[in-house]
Design a protein around this ligand. Structure first.
Ligand SMILES: NC(=O)c1ccc[n+]([C@@H]2O[C@H](COP(=O)([O-])OP(=O)(O)OC[C@H]3O[C@@H](n4cnc5c(N)ncnc54)[C@H](OP(=O)(O)O)[C@@H]3O)[C@@H](O)[C@H]2O)c1
Length: 208
């Protein structure tokens, strides 16, 4: 993220990592069993989320209405890595079908419109996903913090100021109303990765 907490510019440019930080991200991707992103990140960036490890890593999209395009690079470049699209109860059947035909698995987390993140975590755990890496964006990050589902945070700070009320921040949503309610963190470590400063924290004090 930028020094002022933005993870993309107002126009959606999110190239904030140094080559050294990308190496750290690739190492991290190989230490987990799954990677989760929000559907807006797919729609804006169309990321491949490349993994360079021997074992398969499941790639998961929180996508209530199944808006992930079947042509998304996450799906078309999946290789040996399964893609799971988590949808809500009102996802149109024709989109679900198109995603399945494109090679993704679709998992309905419940009858409510929004993806039920706790139910998704249970499902992933039952599939052997013990460590899940969340790669944003800000709206998904907020829901996960609100639900108390985050154990650790790593942020790579880039020495730039982006600004802009329409630029997405690390955590979006309505936010906590008081510092007392806010997610507290305990510093685990600090390292440099090229021009990025990487801060590692564990989450403390909210119910899991
Ligand atoms: N710099 C970085 O490292 C980095 C990393 C990732 C993303 N980004 C940037 O972040 C931006 C996207 O962030 P964003 O905040 O707009 O979107 P996001 O978090 O990627 O996706 C949000 C969407 O996820 C869906 N979703 C499904 N279930 C949800 C739940 N329980 N809680 C919250 N969301 C849920 C919602 O759409 P439905 O209601 O339709 O399901 C929601 O609108 C892009 O510009 C991208 O470039 C930057």
């Amino acid at each position: 993220m930028s020094l002022d907490g933005k993870i993309a510019t107002r126009l959606g440019d999110s190239e904030l990592s140094s080559p050294e930080d990308w190496e750290r991200v690739h190492r991290l991707r190989c230490e987990v069993d799954g990677i989760l992103v929000g559907v807006n990140t797919i729609l804006v960036d169309d990321p491949k989320i490349t993994v360079r490890c021997d074992r398969p890593i499941v790639k998961v999209v929180a996508d209530s209405m199944a808006r992930t395009p079947p042509t998304a690079r996450l799906i078309t470049h999946r290789g040996k890595n399964p893609v799971l699209i988590a949808v809500g109860g009102m996802a149109p059947e024709y989109r679900v079908k198109a995603l399945r035909e494109a090679g993704a698995e679709v998992f309905k987390t419940g009858e409510e419109r929004r993806v039920n993140l706790r139910r998704l975590m249970e499902e992933l755990a039952s599939r052997g996903v013990k460590r899940l890496l969340v790669e944003g964006g800000g709206s998904l990050n907020w829901s996960l913090f609100k639900e108390g589902l985050i154990d650790e945070v790593q942020v790579a700070i880039s020495p730039v100021i982006i600004g802009g009320r329409d630029a997405v921040s690390l955590v979006e949503g309505e936010g906590f109303g008081s510092i007392g309610e806010a997610q507290r963190l305990e510093l685990l470590g600090v390292e440099k990765a090229g021009y990025n400063l990487v801060l590692k924290y564990k989450c403390v004090g909210r119910s899991r």
